[in-house]
Design a protein around this ligand. Structure first.
Ligand code: TGC
Ligand code: FAD
Length: 393
């Protein structure tokens, strides 16, 4: 259970005044759900490396799957700030919970809604929104992570179907998925998206074991061995790397908000603990070195909140650029991992225990700083944006 009272959650720059009543209502309802459904079981799930039973259906029931997808397809038709707030509250519980919701929403529902046929939208989106169907997103391969444009997975026209071959690695929810949106090269070498369903012959999803990070989330491979994919499962609306990368824009934006939740959980825990724990006859919160840490945490959380709010406003107007999203993802994940590591020290030895969230968040954030584009890749995206010079190759 949470160690601290929820009243300590910071709103240092009165950002709540910039939110609508609907935003605040959504935040409260997701916060309540995280308190009652996630907090009591997250340490066990992470310690035992198991997923949380019924998680996707629960996320569907609270409207956390496809929040900005229109209601006619089962979504909630909410704005981008609502989506961000939902991600923040979920990741306060655990990055695995936010991962589950952001993969389903931004990496599976988004491409089907954005690039899919009307039949595909009707067939998949409503079930994905309720969590009855679980989706995965296959872009990364064993030999191609930061450089997905060099992917080797390919498909060929084979009469009334396509034949898909190759493998994807590090795929969130692969072992659980009912469908996967898979990015592969066509015979002209151009990247396209295919919806691959569990049960298609030659499609397997082996689990990746022994992670020290995101232990409450299932990760695995997607392996395609002459998989026959019906032609109607090709996403007709996009060709090229911009297809998967535009899904990443949405997911990276959600992560920028999400990690603020993990940082808040660590900050609030450290603040409470430092007021109660006494050494040398005084609360450790009375020592300047500990106050420096706490003051810097709340400053960095506040800056990250303001960055996300402005980015959300730009996103609502369809004006957010990929480079702006990269900056927010890089800055906020680094902010959160630094707070997780430093706040653990405030708890001394107790900081390594499962009753407190710091080690779990810090370990999770080691994945978050790597997936959806590594910290360094996002730095280079900003470098390219400000100099006009590509330093990738
Ligand atoms: P480049 O030549 O720059 O671009 C190729 C085409 O794509 C367009 N583009 C974008 N379009 C939309 N959004 C973006 N963010 C875009 N970035 C680029 C670009 O305009 C171009 O279009 P066109 O029409 O001219 O063809 O591509 P590059 O090969 O040089 O690569 C650029 C780079 C390195 C930035 C990119 O590939 C990259 O972002 N690499 C990181 C890979 C990554 O983020 N993988 C994430 C995998 S999914 C995941 O991690 C899920 S974790 C989920 C969870 O559990 O939460
Ligand atoms: P590499 O690309 O091999 O990078 C290794 C190092 O080299 C990094 O530090 C990187 O910054 C650096 N580097 C690479 N290129 C450059 C360069 N040009 N200049 C300077 N430095 C460079 N992928 C999916 O498709 N779907 C998923 O659902 C998914 N879920 C994931 C879940 C987890 C738990 C994890 C850990 C990963 C997941 N990924 C997923 C994969 C993730 O996106 C990749 O791990 C990530 O993009 C980095 O690729 P890589 O691991 O191959 O590292």
């Amino acid at each position: 259970m949470s160690y601290y009272p929820l009243t300590t959650i910071p709103d240092y720059m009165q950002m709540d005044a910039l939110l609508t009543d609907e935003h605040k209502l959504i935040r409260q309802s997701v916060r309540d759900w995280v308190e009652s459904f996630i907090m009591p079981k997250i340490d066990d799930a992470a310690q035992n490396h198991t997923d949380i039973p019924n998680l996707m259906k629960e996320l569907g029931a609270i409207g956390a799957l496809g929040p900005y997808i229109p209601e006619e397809y089962g979504g909630s038709g909410l704005d981008q700030i609502s989506y961000g707030i939902i991600m923040q509250e979920l990741e306060r519980g655990d990055s695995a919970v936010r991962s589950a919701a952001s993969v389903q929403s931004s990496l599976v529902m988004f491409p089907i809604h954005e690039f899919g046929s009307e039949e595909q939208k009707k067939k998949y989106l409503p079930q994905l929104a309720t969590g009855e169907m679980i989706g995965a997103f296959g872009l990364t391969e064993p030999n191609h992570g930061s450089d997905p444009g060099s992917m080797e997975t390919y498909f060929k026209d084979n009469g009334d179907h396509y034949l898909l071959n190759g493998a994807k690695m590090w795929i969130t929810n692969a072992p659980l998925c009912d469908i996967a949106v898979v990015w592969a090269k066509n015979e002209a070498g151009k990247i396209q998206g295919l919806i691959v369903e569990r049960g298609f012959e030659g499609f397997t999803t082996p689990e990746t074991h022994n992670k020290w990070s995101l232990r409450a989330s299932k990760t695995g491979e997607l392996v395609f061995n002459n998989v026959k994919v019906p032609k109607e499962n090709l996403l007709p609306g996009v060709t090229g790397l911009k297809g998967p990368l535009s899904c990443l824009n949405s997911a990276r934006y959600g992560i920028s908000w999400g990690v603020i939740g993990a940082a808040i959980d660590c900050y609030c825990t450290a603040l409470q603990y430092s007021k109660e724990r006494k050494q040398f006859g005084k609360p450790i919160a009375s020592f300047q070195l500990q106050q420096k840490k706490l003051a810097e945490f709340v400053t960095e959380i506040t800056k990250a909140q303001l960055l996300c709010l402005q980015l959300g406003q730009l996103k609502n107007k369809h004006e957010a650029t990929p480079a702006q999203i990269s900056m927010a993802k890089r800055n906020n994940v680094k902010m959160a991992i630094d707070i997780a590591r430093e706040s653990r020290q405030i708890l001394g030895g107790m900081g390594i225990m499962g009753e407190f969230p710091m080690m779990r968040h810090a370990a999770n954030l080691e994945s978050v700083i790597t997936y959806e584009g590594t910290h360094d890749v996002h730095l280079l995206i900003t470098g390219l944006d400000v100099t006009g010079i590509n330093a990738f190759g």
